[in-house]
Design a protein around this ligand. Structure first.
Ligand code: SF4
Length: 368
């Protein structure tokens, strides 16, 4: 080490101050090397996983109106929509025919969509594509459903469990501090509610991911507070499978009036590295071609990430914010290989289903 930072011994954890120093001060090369070392210690070998998924947002109607969101519409807007279960199932079928193995099912907080509608979506998808893993409804959506229907969160979760659901996407976390949520998502489930839904889900047996959306009004301290809240909960439940960060895309969102430019992709790489080091109880850290751009996604793989996210067959939320990216399995395999890793397609439980050829190694001469 060339810096004066006091890094913990291997068996110790980064505390708040040390984590802040990592994020704010450690030179980029050192931070990436440190995180990569930890990744290799946790996952020896060069495998980088990805999943082929689809995200047919079932509605863009939302009563919550987050300031960062360019996707939502008010009921009655000309382009407001609510898909019926048959339409959702048809879209999933089309995606499954193109290779999708998982459907990430999320939508706006629609005031008139009830638990029975959610069950109807699940049943329709399951009967049209029984082989597709259904990964539905963020903790924020579940909290909204519980409030709206005056039903305890535990009952909403139990209904999903009884419908055969076993994993839940960790969307809606944004930044888990109230000072930030008051500005960017004042009507959305708060920090404690979001964490409580995850904790109850983990206790039932669900696995969930955890997300973070940064690059707006948060401070470094907010990012570290977010990571530490996740780590504390993971210590209790071991229910998180992965951490998935992405940056705020101003697009046409109301928050774009205040935050005009997206943050530099180098910030993404730093956050992935810090997450690998601080979230010492999380198995997987995701770096994605989709969230930022291909080079940032590749650099994230050299900064502690072991997963490359999804090859999305259908997606609307980022597209509405002007962030339109498409890739095929062949593209993603090439991108991972060119970063020096061995691509492997996984399922939503992070089980490897198919391993692709390793990257070409260029010899340095000599040999027999
Ligand atoms: S982020 Fe989700 S909850 Fe917030 S306005 Fe958009 S759709 Fe609604």
């Amino acid at each position: 080490m060339t810096t004066a930072m006091t890094l913990p011994e291997t068996s110790e954890r980064y505390d708040r101050r040390q984590a802040l120093e990592l994020l704010a001060d450690l030179p980029m090369g050192e931070l990436m090397a440190l995180a990569h070392r930890e990744r290799v210690r946790r996952f020896p070998g060069k495998t980088v996983t990805f999943v082929v998924d689809t995200n047919p947002n079932y509605t863009n109607v939302c009563a919550t109106g987050c300031a960062f969101c360019a996707f939502f519409r008010q009921p009655g807007d000309a382009d407001a929509y609510l898909l019926d279960p048959r339409e959702v199932a048809q879209r999933v079928k089309i995606a499954a025919d193109k290779g999708a193995t998982t459907v990430l099912l999320q939508g706006g907080h629609h005031p008139r969509v009830g638990l029975k509608d959610w069950q109807a979506y699940i049943e329709a998808i399951h009967s049209a594509c029984p082989q597709v893993h259904i990964h539905p409804f963020s903790p924020a959506e579940i909290a909204f459903m519980a409030e709206k229907t005056h039903c305890p969160v535990s009952e909403v979760l139990q209904a999903l469990w009884d419908a055969g659901i076993r994993t839940i996407p960790g969307g809606g976390a944004e930044i888990l501090t109230e000072s930030v949520r008051r500005v960017i998502a004042p009507r959305k489930a708060g920090t404690e509610q979001w964490l409580d839904v995850c904790e109850q889900a983990h206790r039932i047996g669900f696995k969930t991911t955890a997300t973070m959306m940064y690059g707006h009004v948060e401070t470094d301290g907010d990012i570290i507070a977010h990571l530490l809240r996740l780590r504390e909960l993971q210590d209790r439940t071991q229910g998180f499978t992965s951490f998935i960060p992405w940056s705020f895309k101003p697009g046409q969102s109301p928050l774009a009036r205040r935050v005009k430019h997206p943050v530099h992709p180098a910030r993404y790489v730093r956050i992935i590295a810090v997450a690998r080091l601080v979230l010492d109880n999380f198995p997987h850290i995701q770096s994605s071609w989709f969230s930022e751009n291909i080079p940032a996604g590749q650099l994230g793989l050299l900064a502690g990430a072991d997963d490359f996210g999804g090859v999305l067959v259908e997606e609307h939320v980022h597209r509405e914010a002007g962030h339109d990216r498409q890739a095929t399995v062949a593209n993603v395999v090439t991108i991972i290989r060119r970063a020096g890793f061995i691509p492997a397609r996984r399922d939503s439980h992070y089980r490897i289903r198919e391993t692709f050829d390793p990257p070409v190694t260029v010899g340095t001469g000599g040999g027999a």
